[in-house]
Design a protein around this ligand. Structure first.
Ligand code: IMP
Length: 192
């Protein structure tokens, strides 16, 4: 039987290593869950009876997308698109459209689900590509946002946490493919 009395951390550690980098715990699973529920509540209220189509940007938004839609009652749909602009811990700025959208989005209310908005190039590319297909509306839901480094004007309607410009992993976010399975979010350790 599961114990409900255990306090955080249950499956968490305060520091950990992934490949050649060390990370400190930054946002706990409990705080992530609270943020997801808050965003879900806002979306549920804003999109009542609109049957929104969530477009989750793979791979990073798998956890956030899956958790988010399960907190929203009523009719909705989800689909996945895949783009990439990152290698290691530095953005390349080169976005490759890896997996295109199959659905007809004309007249649909779209909610783009992102794990993190960094430079914003991925999102800009995604929005511009979607706008050509004449949706009724496009909104952005991101768990994390690094406003200091966002280079493009974006109207981010739903955001979990604004964070400084430091590399993070966990809850879908990776460092060279590693760390997506972590329940908490970790921040790269700064050497003192
Ligand atoms: P942008 O195009 O620079 O906004 O980058 C967006 C994508 O880069 C995100 O969807 C992530 O996949 C990746 N990314 C940006 N910052 C981080 C980070 O701190 N950790 C892991 N991946 C990141």
């Amino acid at each position: 039987m599961l114990s409900l009395t255990k306090k955080y951390p249950v499956n968490s550690v305060n520091t950990m290593r992934l490949l050649d980098k060390e990370f400190d715990i930054y946002i706990t699973a409990a705080d992530i869950s609270r943020a997801v529920k808050k965003i879900a509540g806002q979306i549920a209220r804003d999109y009542q009876d609109l049957n929104p189509l969530f477009l989750a940007v793979l791979n990073g938004s798998i956890m956030f997308g899956a958790d988010l839609i399960r907190e929203i009652p009523g009719s909705l749909e989800i689909s996945f698109i895949k783009l990439k602009s990152y290698r290691g811990t530095q953005t390349t700025g080169n976005i490759e459209n890896l997996i295109g959208l199959q659905e007809d989005i004309k007249g649909r209310h779209i909610i783009i689900v992102e794990d993190i908005v960094d430079t914003g190039k991925t999102l800009r590319f995604t929005i511009d590509s979607l706008q050509m297909r004449q949706p009724a509306s496009i909104a952005i839901a991101t768990l994390l946002h690094k406003p200091e480094v966002t280079e493009t004007q974006l109207d981010i309607r739903y955001c979990g946490f604004k964070i400084p410009n430091k590399f993070v992993v966990g809850y879908g976010l990776d460092y060279d493919g590693q760390g997506r399975n972590l329940k908490d979010i970790y921040q790269i350790k700064t050497k003192i």
